[in-house]
Design a protein around this ligand. Structure first.
Ligand SMILES: Cc1cc2nc3c(=O)[nH]c(=O)nc-3n(C[C@H](O)[C@H](O)[C@H](O)COP(=O)(O)OP(=O)(O)OC[C@H]3O[C@@H](n4cnc5c(N)ncnc54)[C@H](O)[C@@H]3O)c2cc1C
Length: 414
């Protein structure tokens, strides 16, 4: 067996390495950072069969345009005249139809459920230690409009066969004490789970090193050398590496690397922020504060508050007004819970790799038959980490993929 180079050590890259190493492959992970922070570390850690509706939903563009000049809104698009962004936005608008959203429900649900099963298996295997719980996710609302929307979605979820319970104000107070009187109720997606992502990433990387995976860190992949339709070498700013196969899992930077290789894989970085509160919050159940679009997760020893979707290019600039919008919303939903100045100042940002139709890109490309793409997972990259890794391993081992990969074709926007 030859050497497989994985470009990018986020959740998609590390889970690909996990399943490839288990199959006996030799793996090198190259990352321009140290795999010690970034999107796959700072996210909300939800494992989400509940997220069966694509982000490319009708009305999103209108909402984005309406909120364009409000930098505290949950969705913010920084006005800019960049051709790649304009093309992406046009493709997003084309994808955001009821028909296409309905068509993607089945595949998103299947990917999420299969990935959750793989998390169960990983946890049971004790290969490495990580915090993982299956307590579900509360979709909490404070308005009658919110209630109407969440209940409609819950009915849809029940029809999809997911375990869902509707809770009124009194039921919710028993299930999760601490919500304020403004909260009218919630939908409890009992099918969901949650994880502490930073711990998962650190311990998976450690396990991979113990199993002989090679890590080349603080090196940026800049190009490849090809012979016919095969990549033979991956070049970084420091070195070059011979390879038998390449996995491109560079998150929001996949677009620019693929472009260099002559492959069009549209992705925009959707920035989000999170901050950790390391004192007692008495929050035991993950929740999404739906009107504010804020995610709350009780993690291993702290509570994480995350949110916002900002399209302003691939940068990690922190907009204070957006961090404050997340922190201020928490006070409305929970009794006696204020996120203080120091906690707000500790906020970090990450970039979700968002495809125009809200579906990931998993598959081989026509240009190079030894290149596999694993990217574009948007808000579900952590949830879909294991199934992505499994599919990458199946593709490289020429096994029948456990999911129909046609809707995830990396060249579907060619
Ligand atoms: C605030 C927030 C909350 C979220 N909550 C959730 C959640 O609850 N559940 C969920 O499932 N998902 C969630 N997500 C989304 C999830 O975090 C992402 O989809 C996922 O982490 C993307 O993983 P990735 O491996 O594809 O990319 P990344 O984690 O971005 O990893 C890509 C890696 O590639 C490296 N790289 C890039 N270019 C190069 C290059 N040229 N050379 C070498 N290395 C390179 C980068 O350094 C990086 O380490 C959230 C995201 C945010 C921002």
């Amino acid at each position: 067996m030859g050497k497989i180079i994985i470009i990018g050590g986020g959740i998609s890259g590390l889970c690909s390495a996990y399943y490839l190493v288990k199959e006996g492959h030799q793996v090198t992970v190259i990352d321009r950072g140290g795999i010690s922070g970034g999107t796959s570390f700072i996210n909300a850690g939800y494992i989400t069969p509940s997220h069966f509706m694509s982000i490319a939903a009708p009305g999103m563009i209108t909402k984005g345009l309406k909120w364009m000049f409000d930098s505290t809104s949950p969705l913010y698009i920084k006005p800019r005249l960049e051709i790649d962004f304009i093309k992406w936005a046009w493709l997003f608008k084309k994808s955001a139809t009821s028909k296409r959203v309905a068509a993607s429900v089945g595949i998103l649900k299947e990917l999420n459920l299969k990935s959750r099963d793989l998390y169960d298996q990983m946890f049971a295997s004790s290969d490495f230690d990580f915090h993982y719980e299956r307590k579900g996710l509360l979709m909490v609302y404070t308005s009658h409009k919110g209630e109407e929307e969440e209940r409609a979605l819950a009915n849809r979820a029940v029809n999809e066969g997911l375990e869902v319970k509707c809770l009124n104000k009194e039921d919710l107070k028993i299930t999760q004490p601490g919500f304020s009187d403004d909260v009218l109720g919630a939908v409890h997606y009992e099918c969901d789970g949650h994880i502490t992502p930073d711990q998962f990433m650190v311990n998976l990387k450690k396990w991979l090193i113990e199993k002989g995976a090679d890590f080349q860190l603080h090196q940026e992949v800049v190009d490849v050398v090809a012979s016919g339709n095969k990549i033979t070498e991956v070049k970084t700013d420091k070195d070059s590496y011979l390879c038998s196969d390449v996995v491109l899992a560079a998150g929001s930077w996949t677009f620019s690397l693929a472009k260099k290789l002559g492959i069009y894989i549209p992705i925009q970085g959707g920035k989000g922020y999170s901050m950790d509160v390391k004192r007692e919050t008495y929050i035991s159940l993950p929740a999404i504060l739906t009107e504010a679009k804020v995610a709350v997760t009780p993690m291993n020893g702290f509570t994480r508050f995350a949110g916002t979707m900002e399209f302003s290019g691939n940068n990690n600039y922190i907009r204070k007004e957006r961090v404050n919008a997340i922190a201020d919303a928490v006070h409305k939903y929970y009794n006696n819970l204020e996120i203080n100045r120091e906690e707000r100042n500790s906020a970090l940002s990450g970039l979700r790799p968002v495809s125009p139709d809200g579906l990931p890109y998993i598959g081989k490309t026509s240009k190079y038959n030894n290149l596999t793409i694993a990217s574009g997972h948007a808000m579900m990259g952590f949830s879909l980490g294991p199934i992505t890794g499994k599919l990458v391993q199946e593709l490289i081992s020429a096994e029948k993929p456990s999911v129909n990969l046609t809707p995830l074709d990396p060249e579907r926007f060619k």
